[in-house]
Ligand binder design. Structure first.
Ligand code: ADP
Ligand code: MG
Length: 378
């Protein structure tokens, strides 16, 4: 799982010398608080054991040379003069450089070898892991003080403005700010976060449906505008500012779909805050129950689940060691996350994977993980 030594070996093989430093930044899974980030609400992600590692050697000039071990490709650019070329892993690194420069930072060049094990495009945010690892590399070689929140914003800017993917801030915030053994309760409006300890005696199990989001972009934009419509109805900018009392007093006045979308967002904020409270009390039963309620709300009100996710979550819930499970991420495929009793996590993995394979004839990837630290120099 830890690739810090492998990345050093890869660096030596490629450059014929030792790197100066190794940096790491993790992927993430969101325990609860789904489709609320763009409504200014609360999310509760944690940094996972899978990450991006970059072995880095300082350069005296302004060239960046990078080997991607996973793609078996090299790329290079000059910091004083670079532009967007075409969709490519190096554009994430250029995007980070551009966002840092825009903030007035002076950047030094480096040689790097990078190696990651966050599955790409599964919804565990391999892109944020890459962005934050690149930001860490630039900050180390250029002597820029590491401000995790600033660097999360740099990563998001790289992805929004350079790569051209319209993502929220959650992935970058947790990859920058994660703490071992803890999830991170993040207020997506103020960007204030609190570390919340994971309950004892449980494991987090990520189950990949092996189905991929198809219509996700158009559905995502549609959900966003439905949320904006509901916020406008209540006379606020963000649904975050509509309390459950305000909502339930007037829900009958809303068009049916708008009402369902808003109901998900407003009740999800309540569940997420309750989940953080349950974690503080070491109450894994309540946490699990809230995760399941979140799934039902995403399935029935927000309507972003799919057959495969529903099947996998139902199979997980039916297992005796499971305290709660839900779809996680944007939806329409991707991963589910389950809270499982530690002593029977191995049986859970095996039996739920087998049952899913039998039910839908797809093999689910399974990742059992603890919560790890955010971006760091090792
Ligand atoms: P995810 O849901 O995993 O974030 P994205 O499509 O947002 O999926 O990001 C995946 C992209 O990030 C890849 O196409 C690649 O350009 C880059 N990337 C992720 N992991 C790696 C890696 N290990 N090595 C090189 N590039 C990577
Ligand atoms: Mg991504």
């Amino acid at each position: 799982m830890n690739l810090s030594e492998d990345v050093v070996v890869a660096f030596r093989d490629h450059y014929g010398a030792d790197p100066d430093i190794v940096v790491r930044a993790p992927g993430r899974v969101n325990l609860i608080g789904e489709h609320v980030d763009y409504n200014g609400g609360f999310v509760l992600p944690m940094a996972i054991e899978r990450a991006m590692w970059i072995a880095v050697r300082f350069r005296p000039d302004d060239e960046v040379h990078v080997l991607s071990c996973d793609f078996g490709q090299t790329a290079r650019f000059t910091l004083s003069d670079f532009e967007y070329q075409k969709p490519h892993w190096c554009e994430y690194i250029k995007g980070v450089a551009a966002a840092l420069k825009k903030r007035g930072h002076t950047l030094q060049g480096w040689d790097g070898a990078m190696l990651g094990n966050v599955p790409r495009g599964s919804g565990l945010s391999s892109s944020a892991a890459l962005e934050l690892a690149a930001a860490k590399a630039f900050c180390e070689v250029s002597n820029i003080p590491w401000d995790p929140v600033e660097m999360a914003v740099v990563g998001q800017e790289a992805e929004n403005d350079w790569v051209g993917v319209n993502c929220g801030i959650m992935d970058q915030m947790i990859s920058a700010c994660g703490m071992a053994g803890h999830a991170y309760l993040l207020d997506c409006r103020s960007l204030e976060g609190t570390h919340v300890p994971l309950p004892t005696g449980v494991k987090i199990v990520i189950l990949d449906t092996a189905t991929r989001r198809g219509l996700v972009d158009s559905a995502y934009n549609e959900r966003r505008s439905q949320c904006e419509e509901a916020a406008a109805f209540f006379g606020v900018d963000l649904l975050r500012d509509v309390s459950p009392e305000m909502f339930f007093a007037r829900e009958a006045e809303l068009p049916e779909l708008t009402c369902k979308r808003a109901r998900h967002v407003i009740t999800e904020d309540v569940r997420t805050l309750a989940a953080a409270d349950a974690m503080r009390m070491n109450d894994s039963e309540t946490l699990g129950k809230l995760m399941w309620e979140s799934h039902v709300s995403l399935r029935d009100d927000f309507e972003v689940s799919n057959e495969a996710l529903n099947t996998l979550v139902d199979l997980a819930m039916a297992h005796e060691s499971c305290l709660g499970a839900r779809m996680t991420g944007a939806g329409f495929g991707g991963c589910a996350v389950a809270l499982v009793r530690e002593d029977s996590a191995a049986a859970f993995e095996r039996e739920v994977a087998a049952a899913y394979q039998q039910a839908v004839d797809l093999e689910p990837a399974v990742y059992v993980t603890g919560a790890t630290d955010g971006a760091q120099r090792l």
